[in-house]
Design a protein around this ligand. Structure first.
Ligand code: ATP
Ligand code: MG
Length: 429
């Protein structure tokens, strides 16, 4: 196929055989978020470029080298959203729904775009479920976010394969003091740092902490620790969070090097990581961003949120074989009709059954065909039962009811009794 007719590298089709797992995952998460009292918000996929520069920060990987930015026909610079928080903050400000201290607990789902090197678990169009809470500043809400995700891992059957990493970045004042101390220490070891870290030391020194370079990591062993620079308020907040996680029994690991890629975090930061996916091990990440709304032109408004990567979580469900069996079967009953008259009666009968059993997954054969070919299709559909309408059945106003998975003999059921019969033998989702 010519290159122009292929999908863009790192942007994937999600094929019909994969969509059941996606829908199962999305359904599980959205039910859980509904139950905890969170409301869905939907933002556009494209925003003014300025929004991301202002919120994410100019010297971050995303803004420096990962954004899909283009001029539209008016000459405005637009960007395909690389994450959801910026647009969500823009939306709540634009509509005034966080004004006067109104609490908002919001979530969203959809594609995000980053020009990264595509590999397993890392794509250029990927999908996130994200969540943001505004106007609650206590550790109780940070804890709730983590408790919800913990419940989610439980429901999905992957709890044993993820680990919670936790850190506090303090307020911007304490982070400022820490940054100074870190810069002073790292500058004294400048020659031992890798090139990237030397650059970051000038632009975004906290990011040096999450370097993958072994020599730089060795230098970091004796570097000043954020925990020693936390102000009293941040320390109390962090203790409050840990106490709540302890109360619910959620294990965590303190990771002083966890700084997150974006500029806007303060106090709590956390990541759920796994060793089941190779290098792309973070499945959910978030934290508090009390200064962001003000930075974007709003009144001071505390905020906290997270985002999870759907591709990575779907990969985990597959890797750990935690895909519910019932997803494999998508048809309950397959109706075969032979001849024009039977086809017409079959259509009407199918609609009557659907009226009575709205959740029944009933597929009516299309494209006619011989006995043999229709049965083959019925079998391949995965259906538990075939319904048969031929000349004999038409004459008697019955359908042949044939178990396809070896549960007994074929029998005849009167048309009027069909829905009631199906209700007893098909467990409906
Ligand atoms: P990473 O360190 O893996 O690049 P990140 O810190 O850039 O992640 P966030 O911006 O916090 O990621 O996004 C939240 C989650 O979205 C990540 O934990 C991950 O699960 C997912 N994610 C981020 N980038 C990608 C990508 N390019 N492809 C697939 N999933 C991604
Ligand atoms: Mg990244």
């Amino acid at each position: 196929m010519s290159k122009s007719l292929q999908a863009i590298r790192g942007m994937n089709d999600i094929l019909p055989e994969q969509t059941p797992v996606w829908r199962y995952f999305e359904g599980t998460v959205s039910r859980l978020l509904d139950n905890y009292g969170y409301k869905q918000i939907r933002m556009p996929i494209v925003e003014f470029t300025e929004l991301f520069k202002r919120s994410i920060g100019e010297v971050t990987d995303i803004v420096e080298k990962e954004m899909y930015t283009f001029d539209d026909r008016n000459g405005d610079s637009l960007t395909l959203r690389p994450e959801g928080t910026a647009a969500c903050v823009r939306a709540v400000l634009e509509h005034g729904i966080t004004g006067g201290g109104q609490v908002q607990k919001l979530w969203y789902i959809g594609p995000m775009f980053r020009h990264e090197r595509p590999q397993k678990g890392r794509y250029r169009q990927f999908h996130q479920i994200g969540l943001e809470v505004f106007n609650l500043d206590g550790p109780d809400i940070d804890a709730e976010l983590i408790i919800m995700t913990w419940r989610l891992w439980g429901e999905l059957g992957i709890r044993d394969a993820v680990k919670l990493e936790l850190n506090s970045l303090g307020t911007s004042e304490s982070r400022g003091r820490y940054r100074e101390a870190l810069v002073e220490y790292l500058s004294a070891h400048h020659d031992k740092l890798d090139e990237d870290s030397q650059r970051r030391l000038k632009t975004n020194p906290l990011r040096v902490l999450d370097t993958k370079n072994a020599d730089t990591q060795a230098v970091l062993v004796d570097a000043p620790k954020m925990a020693d620079y936390l102000d009293e308020e941040s320390r109390a907040h962090f203790e409050g969070l840990k106490a709540r996680l302890d109360a619910v029994g959620i294990p965590y690991v303190l990771n002083p090097k966890l700084v997150r890629g974006l500029d806007y975090y303060s106090k709590t930061v956390f990541e759920w990581v796994t060793d089941k996916l190779g290098a792309q091990g973070t499945v959910c990440a978030g934290g508090r961003y009390d200064g962001l709304v003000e930075q974007m032109g709003g009144k001071p408004t505390p905020g906290v949120g997270f985002a999870m990567g759907i591709e990575r979580l779907v990969l985990m469900l597959e890797t750990l074989e935690q895909i519910p069996q019932e997803l494999a079967r998508q048809v309950d009953v397959y109706l075969c009709a032979f001849g024009e008259e039977a086809e017409l009666a079959g259509l009407a009968l199918a609609e009557r059954v659907r009226d009575q059993l709205p959740n029944l997954r009933l597929q009516v054969n299309a494209g006619a065909g011989s006995f043999k070919s229709q049965f083959k299709k019925a079998d391949k559909s995965g259906a538990l039962f075939a319904l048969i309408l031929g000349d004999d059945e038409m004459a008697q106003q019955v359908v042949g009811f044939k178990p396809l998975r070896g549960q007994g003999e074929q029998q005849s059921i009167a048309w009027d009794a069909l829905a009631a019969h199906l209700a007893t033998c098909v467990v409906q989702g």
